[in-house]
Write a protein that binds this ligand. Structure first.
Ligand SMILES: NC(=O)c1ccc[n+]([C@@H]2O[C@H](COP(=O)([O-])OP(=O)(O)OC[C@H]3O[C@@H](n4cnc5c(N)ncnc54)[C@H](O)[C@@H]3O)[C@@H](O)[C@H]2O)c1
Length: 506
């Protein structure tokens, strides 16, 4: 601001000659006045803070920290120094489930209870010299998602160095330093007290550290630090500078699993496994078209996604009908311009002993499970081949590998074995044009369907056959669909990913 004012004054002097348009002089005068006013305004740096009421500042810090915690949902927070009990409880509310706040207090254990807990999340209080506590944490390999440091504390630079040098900050972790004077507000008179000197020193250390990127908030000298991308770190001695170290295309493995910007559809998305897949793909960043024969179910799931901030649309379609399949593909491309992820999941199972299986049952099973699924693969595949990229994920079943018993389901088992062979064939036929085709084979999934009295004896029998000792939950399958939909699995094709708690191995 001072520099700007200086320039403006010089321009004003230079303009004080005949022939300069009046309008230009007027605008120049107005601009100079605004800058002058801004220079006069209090700046909220640490000198001002010193004179302010501590409670007021604490409450401001607390608001900022609450917001940050809400945004980043950390699991473990380290507080140096100790924050007030009320502030910690506030932060606790926004912590991930099973999260923990570790608060360092210089003093004896009698002052505060060493542990408090609320809804599984807890506050752990550590007593003693902060530096000693940090050294102990460093030795035992503790890591945190968020660390709060007060730059006016006794040894903030030592705390900072201990945290950074011993990797106490997680890879995506954040350090919040409070009371750091921003560079442009620094002046000699600000550092004439001991606290000021400490916080000035802290600014210098942060500025010189290439391992971190910083954002200075215009709030009471709060500075947010994140690790710099590894390519910006000055000292990478001893590291092999390849895709493994830097991450493929500079992206970490979690970033490579991310589906931001991708367009997905899921058939049979109105309930059960399809609903869980729709949530998983949406949570990972994709836009999701929820396709189901029952429109109201598809709408309910699309609404759930919408509530979570996921772009979604519900579509009614019977995937055994060619015209429905075509309409689904055309509508998605018309709305969202492409299809990156095709989840062909809709399937039916009509149990009957083989000697009693009617041709109608056989045809119906195959028309959805195999013919319908092929139509979806073909329609989505054509779009993906023209894009040069796509991921097709079919839902097969453990029944493609073993003969689940004692229930009788010949048509179903055979159709699902067909899904696997179809997946293998397409997977090899299209891989060289960028389209990967894989399938997921769940074991027996715990759905309301099998909770009936009639099926209870079967469940007992199944459980005896499952090494994991339990049925699958739909949530057990979610990571697999995200992996197969993401670029992290680009080299995988024609694969049958079996998730059955070991059942097919016994
Ligand atoms: N549940 C299990 O134990 C299990 C195990 C292995 C594989 N699978 C397979 O997983 C897939 C999903 O199973 P689920 O348990 O979630 O089933 P589900 O019956 O709970 O849900 C299937 C959904 O698909 C829809 N649907 C059925 N036919 C359709 C059609 N022709 N067109 C469009 N939508 C249709 C239904 O309306 C329903 O919403 C199926 O392919 C199934 O064979 C299930």
């Amino acid at each position: 601001m001072d520099l700007l004012m200086d320039h403006l004054s010089k321009i004003t002097q230079l303009c004080d000659i005949d022939g300069i348009p009046e309008d230009l002089k007027r605008h120049l005068g107005a601009a100079s006045e605004i800058v002058h006013e801004m220079i006069q305004r209090p700046r909220g740096d640490h000198l001002d803070q010193a004179s302010r009421n501590r409670k007021e500042r604490d409450s401001l810090f607390n608001q900022v920290y609450k917001m940050l915690t809400q945004l980043t949902r950390p699991k473990r927070i380290l507080c140096l120094p100790h924050h007030s009990k009320g502030n910690l409880q506030d932060l606790l509310k926004h912590l991930a489930e099973d999260g923990e706040i570790v608060s360092c207090v210089s003093g004896s254990e009698q002052e505060l209870p060493s542990k408090e807990s609320s809804s599984g999340k807890k506050i752990q209080t550590q007593f003693g010299k902060t530096e000693d506590i940090l050294k102990r944490f460093a030795a035992s390999g503790e890591q945190y998602d968020m660390v709060f440091i007060d730059a006016t504390e006794e040894n903030p630079i030592n705390y900072y160095n201990l945290i950074m040098n011993s990797n106490m900050l997680k890879m995506d972790g954040v350090i919040c330093v409070q009371n750091v004077p921003a560079n442009e507000t620094r002046s000699r008179e600000h550092i004439n007290d001991e606290m000021g000197l400490r916080s000035e020193g802290m600014t210098d250390v942060i500025n010189a550290d290439t391992r971190v990127k910083q954002v200075v908030l215009p709030v009471e000298g709060v500075t947010i630090l994140k690790r710099s991308p590894v390519s910006h770190v000055a000292d990478t001695m001893g590291a092999v500078m390849d895709d493994v170290f830097r991450g493929l295309n500079g992206r970490s493995i979690l970033e490579r699993l991310c589906l931001d910007g991708k367009v997905a559809y899921i058939t049979g998305g109105g309930q059960g496994i399809g609903r869980a897949f729709a949530h998983a793909l949406g949570e990972a960043g994709a836009k999701v078209a929820v396709v189901d024969m029952a429109l109201e179910k598809a709408e309910a799931v699309a609404n759930e996604l919408h509530l979570k901030g996921i772009q979604s649309v519900a579509m009614a379609a019977d995937i055994s009908k060619e015209e429905d399949v075509k309409r689904v593909m055309d509508t998605i491309v018309a709305n969202w311009g492409k299809i990156d992820i095709a989840c062909n999941n809709a399937g039916i199972n009509m149990n009957s002993a083989s000697e009693d299986t009617t041709m109608e049952e056989w045809d119906k099973t195959f028309s959805v499970n195999l013919r319908g699924l092929f139509m979806c693969c073909q329609a989505a595949g054509r779009i993906m081949l023209s894009q040069g990229y796509g991921k097709i994920i079919n839902t097969a079943s453990m029944a493609s590998l073993i003969v689940p018993h004692p229930q009788k389901q010949l048509a179903y088992n055979t159709s699902k074995a067909g899904v696997v062979k179809l997946t293998q064939t397409l997977g090899t036929e299209w891989i060289d044009r960028g389209v990967r085709v894989n399938c997921i084979s769940p074991g027996i999934v715990d759905t309301p369907l099998i909770h009936s009295e009639a099926l209870k004896p079967l469940v007992t029998r199944w459980l005896a056959d499952i090494p994991a000792g339990r049925l699958a939950q739909v949530t057990d399958l979610q990571a697999a669909v995200v992996y197969l939909a993401s670029e992290a699995s680009d080299y995988m094709t024609g694969h049958n990913l079996v998730i059955e708690g070991g059942q097919s191995l016994w």
